[in-house]
Write a protein that binds this ligand. Structure first.
Ligand code: FMN
Length: 199
């Protein structure tokens, strides 16, 4: 990784010492979705650093709208993968998108860690009282996700924001409350490729 400054401040929390030196654009432009992961384990300290980046994201009305579930268990990851295969078939039939047939989900079998981002519609902020509102929790989760992707990138890890899942099945697999919603599954791990294979 070229720039390690974000990693440095996230790990040490010393924001003021080198303020102004961070190259945000480099990080934004350098991050790419990764669909091939090495099986190597990812340490808790790294996961904590990425989660810390997540919770620095903006959130509505002083309500942290998110929960994060760190999944390392191969059995659970296997269930997420099998379920994604079912969703892929549905998507293929309903969308008519021919490319889906060649889109491999092996990434979900290989990945060592998935962080499920779960949103709480109760914590959506002021817009719930307004016509057409109530999406604040989605926005907050999306901001947290981007922070995580960028932090992981700076730490030299690959990520993929996966949304190929059904809410009810995911609730069952992960034991998520009926009132909450899985916004995305963030696949995270080391990789030996630069990115690639946009479906
Ligand atoms: C809301 C959202 C959902 C996505 N869902 C999937 C997904 O289910 N599977 C997948 O392989 N990529 C998924 N992606 C990743 C996009 O395919 C990817 O970000 C896009 O092709 C641009 O490529 P880049 O991330 O390398 O810049 C998703 C991205 C977003 C923002």
């Amino acid at each position: 990784m070229k720039s390690t400054f974000l990693s440095y401040i996230l790990l040490h929390g010393e924001y003021d010492k080198r303020r102004g030196e961070i190259d945000v654009f480099e990080a934004i432009k350098g991050r790419r979705s990764c669909r091939r992961f090495l099986p190597e384990a990812i340490g808790n300290d790294v996961i904590e650093t990425i989660l810390e980046a997540a919770v620095w994201a903006p959130f509505p009305a002083n309500q942290q709208s998110w929960e994060f579930i760190v999944i390392r268990d191969k059995g659970v990851i296997g269930k997420i993968y099998s379920h994604a295969e079912v969703c892929k078939k549905i998507l293929f039939e309903k969308s008519g998108w021919k490319w889906i047939d060649t889109y491999s989900l092996s990434v979900l079998r290989e990945v060592p860690v998935i962080i499920a981002v779960v949103g709480d519609p109760e914590k959506t902020g002021a817009d719930r009282f307004l016509e057409g509102g109530g999406l604040g929790y989605h926005h907050a989760c999306a901001a947290a996700i981007q922070n995580m992707l960028l932090a992981a990138h700076e730490l030299g890890l690959g990520t993929l924001c996966d949304t190929l899942f059904d809410q009810d099945v995911t609730r069952e697999i992960l034991g998520i409350d009926l009132s909450k919603e899985t916004i995305a599954m963030i696949c995270l791990g080391k990789t030996d490729v630069d990115s690639v294979q946009t479906p």
